[in-house]
Design a protein. Structure first.
Length: 113
């Protein structure tokens, strides 16, 4: 499966960004976003199942929204009220119904104070 992510960039604190990730090759079972800040471990941000169930990190609840377009095999992450400490490389994660897992190349989100 090939993942194509987009939407990272530079934003001021309190601003918004929207990430998208499209999967090509097969349908997804679960897709979502993880992030890794410098010197820190990769952590879950939000994931969504094909059925629409979502899971969020506590730190982003109420500010981030994950959604999907199953026909396009694409997920979106709307990030609002961004904080400088959320500067990180955001990675798209894909899991197929058959146990295959794949990671996107990562997109940098920089939140300036």
């Amino acid at each position: 499966v090939q993942l194509q992510a987009s939407g990272g960039g530079l934003v001021q604190a309190g601003g918004s960004l929207r990430l998208s990730c499209a999967a090509f090759g097969t349908i997804f079972s679960i897709m979502g976003w993880y992030r890794q800040a410098p010197g820190k471990q990769r952590e879950l941000v939000a994931i969504i199942t094909r059925g629409g169930s979502t899971t969020y990190a506590d730190s982003v609840k109420g500010r981030f929204t994950i959604s999907s377009d199953n026909a396009k095999n694409t997920v979106y992450l709307q990030m609002n009220s961004l904080k400088p400490e959320e500067t990180a490389v955001y990675y798209c994660n894909y899991r197929s119904p058959y146990g295959l897992e794949s990671w996107g190349q990562g997109t940098l989100v920089t939140v300036s104070s």
